[in-house]
Each structure stands twice: as structure tokens, then as C-alpha cells.
Design a protein around this ligand. Structure first.
Ligand SMILES: NC(=O)c1ccc[n+]([C@@H]2O[C@H](COP(=O)([O-])OP(=O)(O)OC[C@H]3O[C@@H](n4cnc5c(N)ncnc54)[C@H](OP(=O)(O)O)[C@@H]3O)[C@@H](O)[C@H]2O)c1
Length: 247
């Protein structure tokens, strides 16, 4: 795998950091993207100290210009892009009657527009080479409804159906797009929830495995889809959720 290159967005912390480390451990050079430089550099050091190759590129996935620069760096410094992981994402809990346009746009700009911009850049290169893999990080909230999360649920539902459409589109030229739908994993995105014991108890009651996942459990599936899955698997979303979306 040593000549392959992966771009991972939101690679400075949480699930993105675990995914970047796991893909790098498979011998793939990784470009680490996100808005804050320092956490990306920490991930870079972790990958390098494990013997891997990682570059850092400060990127705002909501900006077409910033995303174009990210892919230019991957191509000029590492020779191309074989894998894209659209992991960058934000959430927010507001009931619809109180949801303002700025909050709706913040969530859709990152979770949907960001995925679109990165996928378009990757897809243009995959179409030229006749290969390539994209893995989108959706959410069980994209498969289920959840009061207070209409914008987030709608944005992740968009990720799931974008994955189906683009998976079918790219199959014509030999590239694949799949997605994972994480349930609850302990990261910064749910730090507030984890501090609230009664809310946590309610969450755990909904999860047959009765626990949150560990970032490595998600990273393993993303790496499988990015590097090892058969080419015939495309357009699919795999829930990694301790059974939450099955009941
Ligand atoms: N943890 C869970 O339980 C869970 C469950 C379901 C789905 N997910 C999804 O998994 C993904 C990762 O979440 P996480 O739990 O690891 O959350 P997190 O710890 O909050 O990390 C989110 C990452 O996205 C990056 N990001 C946000 N806006 C960005 C932008 N405009 N441009 C570039 N990067 C941006 C952040 O970096 P900067 O702020 O430095 O840019 C950060 O690295 C998200 O898509 C999330 O919706 C998580």
C-alpha cells in the first residue's frame, strides 16, 4: 500500500484521528485536513512515531478554494489521491421552532456542502485514473429521526443518499463510494451529553450493546471500506452502532 494516498477530513481529533491513524498503519500516506492546525500536528506526530507518513493541510471543507488547495497539496506533494474520507462534521441540538437559518446553514455547510466539495475534487481525479475510494461518515441520525436534531438528521440523511447516488455514478469508471453510520462514540462532539448522567442513561437504554463505541471500532470499518472491500460494494451505508438502528 506504500504508494497510496488518503485524504482524511477532521483528522485532528475524535473519529477522524482514529481513522487517519488506522489508514496510515496500513502503509497509506495520509493528508490530514481540518481548520485547527495544532490538533492536526498532534495526529501527524502520532502517525510518524508509528512509522507512517502524514502531511498536514489546514482546510475549511465549506470553502471550495480551501478544498481545491487540499487536493493540490496531496497531488503535488504525494503524487495523487486514492482515498477520501469525508469525516469532518458538526452537530447541534435545537428544536425546529427555535432553529435559525445560521445554525441550519452551519450544519449543512459542513456536513453536506463540505462532503460535496471534497468528493467532487476526489471524483475528478478518480475518473481520470479509473479507480479510487471515498468513505463518508454519516450517522445513525441519518437513518433515524431524533427530536431536537432535525438539521443534523437531515444533513446525515443527505450523506446517505449522496453516497447511493455517487456510488452508482462512479461505478461506471471503477471508483467506489460507501458510508458508515456511527452510533454513539465518545468524542468531543458528545462531551456535553456524556456529562449529563440522566441523558446518558436514556441513550444507553436505546443501545442493545449498552455502551458507546470506541473510535478504533469505527476506524476499522472505514479502513476496510477504503482499502480492502471488494469493488462490487458501492453506494452502501454500514451502521456501526451496537445495534441501535436495528431495534
Ligand atoms: N462521535 C459520535 O458519536 C458520532 C456519531 C455519529 C456520527 N458522527 C460523525 O463523525 C464525524 C466525526 O465526529 P467526531 O465525533 O470525531 O467529532 P469531533 O471530535 O467534534 O470532530 C469533528 C472534526 O471535524 C472537523 N471540522 C469541523 N468543521 C470543519 C470544517 N469546516 N472544515 C474542516 N474540518 C472541520 C473538526 O476540526 P476543526 O474544528 O479543527 O476544523 C474535527 O476534527 C462527524 O461527521 C460526526 O457527525 C459522530
Amino acid at each position: 500500500m506504500s504508494n497510496r494516498v488518503a485524504v482524511v477530513t477532521g483528522a485532528g481529533r475524535g473519529l477522524g484521528e482514529a481513522i487517519a491513524r488506522d489508514i496510515a498503519a496500513a502503509g497509506v500516506s495520509v493528508v490530514l485536513a481540518g481548520r485547527s492546525l495544532e490538533p492536526l500536528e498532534v495526529t501527524q506526530r502520532l502517525i510518524e512515531s508509528a512509522g507512517g507518513v502524514a502531511l498536514v493541510k489546514q482546510t475549511d471543507v465549506t470553502s471550495a478554494e480551501s478544498v481545491a488547495e487540499l487536493f493540490d497539496v496531496a497531488v503535488t506533494q504525494l503524487g495523487g489521491v486514492d482515498v477520501l474520507v469525508n469525516n469532518a462534521g458538526v452537530t447541534g441540538q435545537v428544536n425546529l421552532v427555535d432553529l435559525d437559518e445560521a445554525e441550519w446553514d452551519r450544519i449543512f455547510d459542513t456536513n453536506v456542502r463540505g462532503m460535496f466539495l471534497c468528493s467532487r475534487e476526489a471524483g475528478r481525479r478518480f475518473a481520470q485514473t479509473g479507480s479510487g475510494r471515498a468513505v463518508n461518515v454519516a450517522s445513525v441520525f441519518g437513518l433515524l429521526g431524533r427530536p431536537g436534531f432535525s438539521a443534523y438528521c437531515a444533513s446525515k440523511g443527505a450523506v446517505v443518499n449522496f453516497t447511493r447516488s455517487v456510488g452508482a455514478e462512479w461505478a461506471r469508471f471503477g471508483a467506489q463510494m460507501n458510508a458508515v453510520a456511527p452510533g454513539y462514540f465518545a468524542t468531543d462532539i458528545n462531551a456535553e451529553l456524556r456529562e449529563d448522567q440522566s441523558a446518558m442513561a436514556k441513550v444507553l437504554r436505546r443501545i442493545p450493546a449498552y455502551r458507546m463505541g470506541t473510535p478504533d471500532e469505527l476506524a476499522n470499518i472505514v479502513t476496510y471500506l477504503a482499502l480492502h472491500a471488494p469493488d462490487f460494494l458501492t453506494g452502501q451505508t454500514i451502521a456501526v452502532d451496537g445495534g441501535e438502528s436495528s431495534v
